[in-house]
Design a protein around this ligand. Structure first.
Ligand code: MIG
Length: 789
């Protein structure tokens, strides 16, 4: 307990608070972004906040001492600091946003008189113990909690508790799972309809209890380290996410092919099998961009090697695949096989880049290769060395790296908490390093690729910490082919998106267990707007390629994979946008409808960007599904039927139908379908225009290099307006620096009651369909007028 506030000093943009028994700091990072930490934290270098992208130089704030209460006023907030370092945040009208809980913890009583239940094998939930770092905040009745990365359960976490300790548990993930692979200690709170964020930047095992042990408070604790967290002001959730990703980093622009269809399997065992899979995609006219090689491509599971017997002339295989338009991604695990003469092992030993026990002896545990040592990713020299190892793979043409088992997972019991790491000269123990192991492995991989390749690195990781989005994309680990897991995928991916992890996806069809035909079909449909679009399945489970079931499944899957390829420019635009705003691709409906309480607990619908509403079928056998449409007017993607929002509708949804709605006033870019991204030179862009008022920014670049950072890109702004007698569509080419401009546009305008179309005053021909009219125009048009009938 800090006891009484004795004194304070303002030092630039931070206030030092001297309590009877503790010193704390409050740092004003921006008017709405406030860091709170205890003195011990001062010299700590965050692994998540590597350089904060705020300009704090000219911040204005006032500090006032009022009867033992310190009051800080910024341009957005009033912050009241009381004894015991209790801190309350108010808006400028003095409405509370978030307040520390002033009483003691008071958990519900777990009544049990003996161990009968445990003896029978029931595992009772454990009580939360008191921890060295604890924060309690008041919960008001209308509070909702989101974020926290890859948790099971629902979109809204209120009433549940979780732990952060990166964990590989292959049993089916259910609602009661407190841990998973990732640790993202960020939450987005909605108090009524006012959003705020809390980011607890501490890498030790931590606990979040969202009013489970007691309705009245939210509890955060960490097993070590010191108090350090950020309060992030809204009131919009969008602003909170923007600020959070200014701190921890925004998802960089990926290479465009990474948005294509990806096919994986543990494992495609041989060169012949890989080639057969690739050829099948082309033969069956199913678009595909990427084939993955899981652990069996390696020689004896030794990382940075490959098996020349199973994969004869690997380089040639990759060249052939490239010829056919496929990219190849290989898995790399952290465990290094203990084997003298194996170069990676020898170098790791020579350089002392391994984890050790307390006496400095290399720490050994078992993973796929048998006994392994583990590289120390906390150490920057080790990271650079590990990164360089990727050169061998890049030289034979590998296009991306898949990091698995980096929680780290181990077969011979977990790594003890006191295993030693070297934080560039300072000792660190496993209990502090665990949750950032995968994060720093991804960083090492990203930087290793970046050093030698001039393309945007593609990394995919299982374990992560806050900020890993700067280096890697994500998948949600070992799900199962269960309907529950398809349902869970949606809130999990939405919460990951809110937590900065925008480029994410699940194993389509489910990893463990056997998929059914219907499940795979619905999973493809639900995933067409997940940035990572990858079918993956476990060894021993039934084949899960789109053609592995009956013809109907193949046809429907193909239809939706092709639909995905049409929307590639829309997805790419969303990622480009996200690089500036931090907003994810897959969004919970409340992100754009924050005052609509019907959206706060919607687990099975999402928005792809702002314009497309997805309501995939995630129930076995369901032929009708209820869809909530928020404010505005929405058009059924398939029938063109217009629906009034703020309304529930029932959509007929046989197996080949994915309920999907477009917001009136949207302009949506589409590509022609291709076998793989880059197969066709896209010099024509299709624009789907849903009449109304609106505009749309479309981004175009080479899709692979960093030339865009030098300004080599084009930016098109399309604007539509409705007048009494006509509709108007204008093109404003905002920026033109990339030389492959579109030579034409194909416009599909969703209104058939049109008499005449004029492009820059010239009358042109158009085709009439059942819901829309179609016409082609040159790339340099500036205005289209559509005269109403
Ligand atoms: O424990 O490399 O989540 O995607 O196929 C299994 C084999 C290890 C776990 C990954 C999964 C991958 C599998 N790996």
């Amino acid at each position: 307990m800090a006891a009484k506030l004795k004194d304070y000093q303002v030092e630039n943009n931070q206030i030092k608070l001297v309590y009877e028994s503790q010193i704390y700091f409050i740092k004003i990072i921006e008017a709405g972004v406030i860091q709170l930490f205890e003195a011990d934290y001062k010299d700590y270098n965050s692994f998540a906040v590597e350089d904060n992208n705020f300009n704090s130089a000219e911040l204005d704030f006032e500090v006032e001492n009022k009867k033992g209460k310190l009051i800080i006023t910024t341009a957005e907030l009033i912050i009241e600091i009381k004894n015991d370092f209790k801190v309350d945040f108010y808006d400028l009208d003095h409405n509370p946003i978030s307040k520390d809980y002033s009483k003691k913890r008071d958990p519900f009583i777990r009544r049990k008189s003996s161990n009968i239940a445990e003896e029978e094998g029931h595992k009772l939930q454990e009580e939360l113990k008191n921890q060295p770092v604890e924060v309690l905040k008041e919960i008001t009745a209308e509070e909702k909690f989101y974020g926290l990365g890859d948790r099971t359960g629902h979109l809204n976490k209120k009433g549940y508790s979780y732990q952060l300790w990166n964990t590989d548990d292959p049993s089916p993930h259910v609602e009661s799972f407190e841990v998973l692979y990732k640790s993202i200690p960020f939450i987005l709170g909605l108090k009524g309809d006012y959003a705020y964020g809390l980011f607890f930047d501490n890498t030790f095992r931590s606990y979040f209890d969202f009013g489970k042990e007691n309705d009245d408070y939210f509890y955060y604790a960490a097993e070590g380290g010191s108090l350090n967290y950020y309060f992030i002001n809204g009131p919009s959730a969008k602003k909170v996410i923007d600020s959070y990703t200014k701190l921890t980093g925004k998802t960089p622009l990926p290479q465009k092919w990474t948005l294509g269809n990806q096919q994986s399997r543990w494992s495609y065992h041989s060169r012949e099998r890989v080639e057969e899979i690739a050829d099948n995609f082309r033969k069956k006219d199913i678009p595909c961009d990427v084939i993955y090689l899981d652990i069996d491509y390696m020689d004896d599971y030794k990382v940075f090697t490959w098996d020349d017997n199973k994969f004869k002339n690997m380089k040639e295989m990759i060249e052939n695949l490239h010829q056919k338009g496929f990219k190849v991604v290989t898995i790399i695990d952290p465990g290094v096989k203990k084997e003298k003469g194996y170069q990676v092992y020898d170098q790791c030993l020579e350089n002392g880049f391994y984890l050790t026990d307390q006496d400095g002896i290399p720490y050994v545990n078992e993973v796929w290769p048998g006994e392994c040592i583990f590289p120390d990713f906390i150490n920057s020299d080790c990271r650079a060395w590990w990164g360089n190892n990727h050169q061998k793979l890049l030289e034979i043409g590998i296009d991306g790296i898949w990091n698995d088992m980096n929680e780290p997972a181990s077969f011979n019991g977990p790594l003890p908490e006191d295993v030693r790491f070297d934080n560039d000269g300072q000792k660190m123990e496993h209990k502090e390093a665990h949750n950032i192991y995968g994060h720093l492995m991804s960083k090492s991989t990203y930087e290793g690729i970046n050093k030698v390749s001039n393309k945007r690195p593609f990394v995919i990781t299982r374990a992560s910490y806050a900020g890993t989005q700067k280096y890697s994309t994500f998948w949600t680990g070992d799900n199962h082919s269960l309907w529950q897991h398809l349902r869970m995928a949606l809130p999990m991916l939405m919460n990951m998106g809110l937590s900065g992890l925008s480029f994410s996806g699940t194993d389509i069809g489910g990893f463990g267990s056997d998929a059914t035909a219907e499940l795979l079909t619905r999973w493809y449909q639900a995933s067409i707007f997940t940035p990572l679009f990858r079918n993956h399945s476990s060894i021993g489970s039934r084949d899960q390629e789109p053609w592995a079931f009956k013809q109907e499944v193949e046809e429907i899957s193909k239809k939706y994979i092709k639909l995905r390829y049409k929307f590639i420019p829309y997805l790419y635009d969303l990622l480009w946008q996200g690089k500036k705003t931090g907003l994810p691709v897959m969004r919970p409906l409340f992100l754009h409808n924050q005052s609509d309480s019907n959206t706060y607990n919607l687990n099975d619908q999402f928005l792809a960007g702002e314009n497309i509403l997805m309501a995939p079928v995630v129930q076995q056998g369901q032929k009708y599904r209820k869809v909530y449409l928020p404010d505005g007017k929405w058009l059924d993607y398939w029938t063109g039927e217009e629906h009034q929002g703020n309304n529930y509708i029932l959509k007929e949804s046989p197996l080949d139908t994915l309920p999907m709605y477009i917001k009136k006033g949207s302009i949506i870019p589409n590509y022609e379908v291709q076998n793989y991204i880059g197969e066709k030179k896209m010099d024509e862009l299709k624009l789907k225009i849903y009449p109304g008022e609106g505009d749309y920014l479309h981004y175009q670049d080479d899709g692979q290099s960093f030339a865009y950072r030098e300004g080599e890109f084009n930016l098109y702004k399309f604007i539509q307006e409705e007048n009494d007698q006509s509709y108007e569509v204008t093109l404003d080419l905002k920026k033109q620096r990339y030389d492959e401009l579109y030579s034409s546009f194909k416009i599909e305008f969703f209104n058939t009651k049109i008499d005449e179309v004029r492009v820059d005053t010239q009358k042109i021909d158009f085709e009439k369909g059942s819901q829309s009219i179609l016409f082609n125009i040159d790339g340099d048009f500036s205005k289209v007028e559509l005269i109403k009938a």
